[in-house]
Design a protein around this ligand. Structure first.
Ligand SMILES: [Fe+2]
Length: 317
Protein backbone atom coordinates (compact mmCIF):
# COMPACT_ATOMS: atom_id res chain seq x y z
CA UNK A 1 0.00 0.00 0.00
CA UNK A 2 1.51 3.27 -1.14
CA UNK A 3 -0.78 5.79 0.59
CA UNK A 4 -2.40 6.35 3.94
CA UNK A 5 -5.45 8.51 4.60
CA UNK A 6 -5.73 11.26 7.19
CA UNK A 7 -8.08 9.30 9.45
CA UNK A 8 -5.68 6.35 9.65
CA UNK A 9 -2.66 8.53 10.48
CA UNK A 10 -4.78 10.51 12.95
CA UNK A 11 -5.81 7.29 14.71
CA UNK A 12 -2.23 5.98 14.81
CA UNK A 13 -1.00 9.20 16.39
CA UNK A 14 -3.89 9.34 18.85
CA UNK A 15 -3.25 5.74 19.88
CA UNK A 16 0.47 6.47 20.23
CA UNK A 17 1.46 3.86 17.66
CA UNK A 18 5.09 4.18 16.54
CA UNK A 19 5.26 6.01 13.22
CA UNK A 20 7.69 8.49 11.71
CA UNK A 21 6.20 11.36 9.74
CA UNK A 22 8.66 12.66 7.15
CA UNK A 23 7.82 16.13 5.90
CA UNK A 24 9.34 16.81 2.45
CA UNK A 25 7.98 20.31 1.88
CA UNK A 26 10.26 23.31 1.37
CA UNK A 27 11.43 24.74 4.72
CA UNK A 28 9.43 27.95 4.30
CA UNK A 29 6.15 26.03 4.04
CA UNK A 30 6.99 23.94 7.07
CA UNK A 31 7.59 27.09 9.10
CA UNK A 32 3.93 27.98 8.69
CA UNK A 33 2.73 24.75 10.26
CA UNK A 34 3.67 21.12 10.51
CA UNK A 35 2.48 17.85 11.99
CA UNK A 36 3.78 17.81 15.59
CA UNK A 37 6.66 15.37 16.01
CA UNK A 38 7.36 15.13 12.27
CA UNK A 39 10.88 15.27 10.94
CA UNK A 40 11.89 17.35 7.96
CA UNK A 41 14.05 16.88 4.93
CA UNK A 42 14.32 19.80 2.55
CA UNK A 43 14.11 17.66 -0.58
CA UNK A 44 11.18 19.08 -2.46
CA UNK A 45 12.97 20.25 -5.61
CA UNK A 46 15.14 17.14 -5.84
CA UNK A 47 12.07 14.91 -5.44
CA UNK A 48 10.30 16.83 -8.17
CA UNK A 49 13.36 16.21 -10.35
CA UNK A 50 13.14 12.54 -9.30
CA UNK A 51 16.71 12.52 -8.06
CA UNK A 52 17.01 8.88 -6.91
CA UNK A 53 19.62 9.65 -4.25
CA UNK A 54 17.79 12.50 -2.58
CA UNK A 55 16.70 10.57 0.50
CA UNK A 56 19.72 8.27 0.66
CA UNK A 57 21.35 10.28 3.46
CA UNK A 58 18.22 10.56 5.60
CA UNK A 59 18.54 8.56 8.77
CA UNK A 60 15.19 6.90 9.47
CA UNK A 61 14.25 4.54 12.30
CA UNK A 62 13.80 1.01 10.98
CA UNK A 63 11.36 -0.24 13.60
CA UNK A 64 8.35 1.77 12.47
CA UNK A 65 6.53 2.78 9.30
CA UNK A 66 7.32 6.07 7.58
CA UNK A 67 4.58 8.41 6.36
CA UNK A 68 5.76 11.01 3.88
CA UNK A 69 3.96 14.34 3.72
CA UNK A 70 3.94 17.31 1.36
CA UNK A 71 1.42 20.05 0.61
CA UNK A 72 -1.04 18.08 -1.51
CA UNK A 73 0.17 14.45 -1.49
CA UNK A 74 1.94 14.25 -4.84
CA UNK A 75 5.63 14.92 -4.12
CA UNK A 76 5.33 12.83 -0.96
CA UNK A 77 4.28 9.93 -3.17
CA UNK A 78 7.61 10.16 -5.00
CA UNK A 79 9.37 10.14 -1.64
CA UNK A 80 7.43 7.06 -0.51
CA UNK A 81 8.32 5.28 -3.75
CA UNK A 82 12.04 6.01 -3.27
CA UNK A 83 11.95 4.76 0.30
CA UNK A 84 10.03 1.64 -0.65
CA UNK A 85 12.67 0.92 -3.32
CA UNK A 86 15.15 0.83 -0.42
CA UNK A 87 12.98 -1.73 1.36
CA UNK A 88 11.59 0.78 3.86
CA UNK A 89 7.92 0.57 4.92
CA UNK A 90 6.77 3.93 3.60
CA UNK A 91 3.48 5.43 2.51
CA UNK A 92 2.37 8.88 1.46
CA UNK A 93 -0.31 10.93 3.24
CA UNK A 94 -3.25 11.27 0.85
CA UNK A 95 -4.08 14.92 0.17
CA UNK A 96 -1.01 16.10 2.11
CA UNK A 97 -1.18 18.98 4.59
CA UNK A 98 -4.27 20.31 2.86
CA UNK A 99 -6.17 17.19 3.90
CA UNK A 100 -4.41 17.12 7.27
CA UNK A 101 -5.87 20.55 8.12
CA UNK A 102 -9.07 18.72 9.12
CA UNK A 103 -7.35 16.19 11.38
CA UNK A 104 -8.35 16.33 15.01
CA UNK A 105 -7.71 14.88 18.43
CA UNK A 106 -9.26 15.00 21.88
CA UNK A 107 -8.00 15.81 25.36
CA UNK A 108 -10.14 15.58 28.47
CA UNK A 109 -9.95 18.49 30.90
CA UNK A 110 -9.33 16.94 34.34
CA UNK A 111 -12.10 17.94 36.73
CA UNK A 112 -11.82 16.53 40.22
CA UNK A 113 -15.10 15.41 41.70
CA UNK A 114 -17.26 17.08 39.09
CA UNK A 115 -20.19 15.29 37.48
CA UNK A 116 -19.45 17.13 34.24
CA UNK A 117 -16.91 15.88 31.72
CA UNK A 118 -15.26 18.38 29.42
CA UNK A 119 -13.56 17.23 26.23
CA UNK A 120 -11.34 19.62 24.30
CA UNK A 121 -11.81 18.66 20.65
CA UNK A 122 -8.91 20.10 18.67
CA UNK A 123 -8.54 20.72 14.97
CA UNK A 124 -4.85 20.01 15.17
CA UNK A 125 -3.46 21.76 12.12
CA UNK A 126 -5.12 25.12 12.50
CA UNK A 127 -5.19 25.01 16.28
CA UNK A 128 -8.97 25.50 16.54
CA UNK A 129 -10.21 24.38 19.95
CA UNK A 130 -13.80 23.34 20.57
CA UNK A 131 -15.44 21.83 23.61
CA UNK A 132 -17.90 19.05 24.32
CA UNK A 133 -19.41 19.36 27.80
CA UNK A 134 -21.35 16.33 28.93
CA UNK A 135 -23.18 15.20 32.04
CA UNK A 136 -25.60 12.33 32.52
CA UNK A 137 -27.23 11.92 29.12
CA UNK A 138 -26.91 15.48 27.85
CA UNK A 139 -24.14 17.49 26.19
CA UNK A 140 -23.36 20.93 24.81
CA UNK A 141 -20.77 21.97 22.27
CA UNK A 142 -18.91 25.30 22.27
CA UNK A 143 -17.25 26.66 19.10
CA UNK A 144 -17.71 23.58 16.90
CA UNK A 145 -15.09 23.72 14.13
CA UNK A 146 -14.97 20.13 12.87
CA UNK A 147 -17.30 17.94 10.87
CA UNK A 148 -20.50 17.56 12.94
CA UNK A 149 -20.07 13.79 12.82
CA UNK A 150 -16.98 14.07 15.05
CA UNK A 151 -19.06 15.59 17.87
CA UNK A 152 -22.01 13.27 17.26
CA UNK A 153 -19.76 10.20 17.46
CA UNK A 154 -17.98 11.42 20.60
CA UNK A 155 -21.28 12.27 22.31
CA UNK A 156 -22.69 8.87 21.45
CA UNK A 157 -19.59 7.15 22.88
CA UNK A 158 -20.37 8.76 26.22
CA UNK A 159 -24.15 8.23 25.97
CA UNK A 160 -24.86 11.93 25.56
CA UNK A 161 -27.43 13.66 23.40
CA UNK A 162 -26.27 17.10 22.22
CA UNK A 163 -28.95 19.54 23.35
CA UNK A 164 -27.25 22.91 22.84
CA UNK A 165 -24.62 24.27 20.49
CA UNK A 166 -23.00 27.62 21.28
CA UNK A 167 -20.46 29.93 19.68
CA UNK A 168 -18.42 32.48 21.59
CA UNK A 169 -18.57 34.90 18.68
CA UNK A 170 -19.06 35.12 14.95
CA UNK A 171 -15.71 34.07 13.57
CA UNK A 172 -14.02 36.19 10.94
CA UNK A 173 -10.95 34.00 10.78
CA UNK A 174 -12.19 30.43 10.82
CA UNK A 175 -15.16 28.32 9.92
CA UNK A 176 -17.83 27.55 12.50
CA UNK A 177 -19.65 24.26 12.14
CA UNK A 178 -22.13 25.07 14.92
CA UNK A 179 -25.06 25.69 12.62
CA UNK A 180 -24.59 22.34 10.82
CA UNK A 181 -24.09 20.54 14.12
CA UNK A 182 -27.30 22.04 15.54
CA UNK A 183 -29.17 20.97 12.42
CA UNK A 184 -27.75 17.44 12.52
CA UNK A 185 -28.29 16.92 16.24
CA UNK A 186 -31.58 18.78 16.63
CA UNK A 187 -29.89 20.93 19.29
CA UNK A 188 -30.69 24.53 20.08
CA UNK A 189 -28.24 26.94 18.39
CA UNK A 190 -27.24 29.74 20.77
CA UNK A 191 -25.27 32.74 19.52
CA UNK A 192 -24.41 36.09 21.07
CA UNK A 193 -26.53 39.03 19.95
CA UNK A 194 -25.38 40.42 16.57
CA UNK A 195 -26.56 41.08 13.03
CA UNK A 196 -23.75 39.22 11.21
CA UNK A 197 -25.67 36.04 10.38
CA UNK A 198 -28.89 35.67 8.46
CA UNK A 199 -29.97 32.21 9.66
CA UNK A 200 -32.21 31.60 12.69
CA UNK A 201 -30.65 31.25 16.14
CA UNK A 202 -31.49 31.80 19.79
CA UNK A 203 -29.77 34.82 21.30
CA UNK A 204 -27.66 34.38 24.40
CA UNK A 205 -27.00 37.58 26.35
CA UNK A 206 -24.80 38.77 29.16
CA UNK A 207 -25.65 36.99 32.44
CA UNK A 208 -27.94 34.44 30.77
CA UNK A 209 -27.49 31.08 32.43
CA UNK A 210 -28.08 27.56 31.21
CA UNK A 211 -28.78 25.27 34.12
CA UNK A 212 -29.22 21.53 34.29
CA UNK A 213 -29.11 19.29 37.34
CA UNK A 214 -25.32 18.99 37.03
CA UNK A 215 -24.04 22.09 35.32
CA UNK A 216 -24.40 25.81 35.22
CA UNK A 217 -23.12 27.71 32.22
CA UNK A 218 -23.16 31.49 32.54
CA UNK A 219 -22.66 33.91 29.64
CA UNK A 220 -20.32 36.86 30.17
CA UNK A 221 -20.41 39.45 27.42
CA UNK A 222 -16.79 40.38 26.70
CA UNK A 223 -16.68 42.67 23.65
CA UNK A 224 -13.32 43.44 22.07
CA UNK A 225 -12.13 40.77 19.62
CA UNK A 226 -15.62 41.23 18.17
CA UNK A 227 -18.35 43.32 19.75
CA UNK A 228 -20.60 40.32 20.42
CA UNK A 229 -17.79 38.16 21.87
CA UNK A 230 -19.04 36.22 24.87
CA UNK A 231 -17.25 33.96 27.33
CA UNK A 232 -18.98 31.05 29.04
CA UNK A 233 -18.28 30.17 32.66
CA UNK A 234 -18.95 26.55 33.62
CA UNK A 235 -19.74 25.81 37.25
CA UNK A 236 -17.85 28.96 38.33
CA UNK A 237 -14.56 27.31 37.44
CA UNK A 238 -13.93 26.79 33.72
CA UNK A 239 -13.96 29.79 31.42
CA UNK A 240 -14.42 29.24 27.69
CA UNK A 241 -12.94 32.42 26.26
CA UNK A 242 -13.19 31.96 22.49
CA UNK A 243 -10.82 34.47 20.93
CA UNK A 244 -11.03 37.00 23.78
CA UNK A 245 -8.23 35.58 25.91
CA UNK A 246 -5.59 32.92 25.26
CA UNK A 247 -3.10 31.27 27.64
CA UNK A 248 -0.35 33.35 26.06
CA UNK A 249 -2.13 36.33 24.56
CA UNK A 250 -5.27 38.33 24.02
CA UNK A 251 -7.71 38.52 21.13
CA UNK A 252 -7.04 40.76 18.15
CA UNK A 253 -9.44 43.70 18.06
CA UNK A 254 -8.43 44.75 14.55
CA UNK A 255 -9.77 41.94 12.33
CA UNK A 256 -12.07 43.29 9.63
CA UNK A 257 -12.03 46.70 11.32
CA UNK A 258 -10.95 50.18 10.25
CA UNK A 259 -8.72 52.17 12.57
CA UNK A 260 -11.57 53.77 14.46
CA UNK A 261 -13.38 50.46 14.95
CA UNK A 262 -10.14 48.79 16.03
CA UNK A 263 -9.58 51.49 18.66
CA UNK A 264 -13.13 51.13 19.96
CA UNK A 265 -12.75 47.36 20.13
CA UNK A 266 -9.35 47.62 21.85
CA UNK A 267 -10.91 49.84 24.50
CA UNK A 268 -13.80 47.40 24.92
CA UNK A 269 -11.32 44.52 25.19
CA UNK A 270 -9.46 46.34 27.96
CA UNK A 271 -12.65 46.57 30.01
CA UNK A 272 -13.69 43.01 29.17
CA UNK A 273 -10.38 41.58 30.35
CA UNK A 274 -10.67 43.50 33.60
CA UNK A 275 -14.18 42.14 33.99
CA UNK A 276 -12.74 38.64 33.70
CA UNK A 277 -10.06 39.53 36.22
CA UNK A 278 -12.82 39.75 38.84
CA UNK A 279 -13.34 35.99 38.54
CA UNK A 280 -11.59 33.69 41.04
CA UNK A 281 -7.84 33.49 40.37
CA UNK A 282 -7.97 29.70 39.91
CA UNK A 283 -10.39 29.98 36.98
CA UNK A 284 -9.16 27.70 34.22
CA UNK A 285 -9.04 29.45 30.85
CA UNK A 286 -9.97 27.32 27.84
CA UNK A 287 -9.54 29.34 24.67
CA UNK A 288 -10.87 28.95 21.14
CA UNK A 289 -7.48 28.78 19.43
CA UNK A 290 -3.88 27.97 19.96
CA UNK A 291 -1.07 29.45 17.89
CA UNK A 292 0.78 26.15 17.39
CA UNK A 293 -0.44 22.88 15.82
CA UNK A 294 -1.93 20.78 18.61
CA UNK A 295 0.15 17.71 19.52
CA UNK A 296 -1.37 14.26 19.98
CA UNK A 297 -0.54 14.28 23.67
CA UNK A 298 -3.97 14.02 25.28
CA UNK A 299 -3.17 17.14 27.32
CA UNK A 300 -5.68 19.97 27.18
CA UNK A 301 -4.49 23.40 26.13
CA UNK A 302 -5.46 25.46 29.16
CA UNK A 303 -4.14 27.95 31.66
CA UNK A 304 -4.91 28.95 35.19
CA UNK A 305 -2.89 32.16 35.22
CA UNK A 306 -4.23 33.61 31.99
CA UNK A 307 -6.70 36.03 33.58
CA UNK A 308 -4.12 38.22 35.23
CA UNK A 309 -1.59 37.85 32.42
CA UNK A 310 -4.23 38.90 29.89
CA UNK A 311 -5.23 41.99 31.83
CA UNK A 312 -1.57 42.94 32.27
CA UNK A 313 -0.88 42.49 28.57
CA UNK A 314 -3.80 44.68 27.71
CA UNK A 315 -2.72 47.38 30.14
CA UNK A 316 0.79 47.71 28.76
CA UNK A 317 0.09 47.39 25.04
FE1 LIG B 1 -12.24 35.01 16.15
Amino acid sequence: MMTIDVETLRTWLEEGRPVTVLDVRPAAEREEWAIPGSIHVDAYDALQARDPGVLAHVDLPEDRPIVTVCAAGRTSLIAAELLQARGIRASSLEGGMKAWSLAWNVAEVPLAGDAVRVLQVRRTGKGCLSYLLGAKDEAMVIDASLDPQVYLDLASQYGWQISRVLDTHIHADHLSRSRQLAERSGALLLLPDQQCVSFPFTTIRDCDTIETSTLQLAALHTPGHTMESTCYLLNNHLLFTGDTLFPTGIGRPDLEADEQQARARASALYHSLHKLLALPSDTLVLAGHTSEPVPFDGLPESDMTALEAGANRCAIS
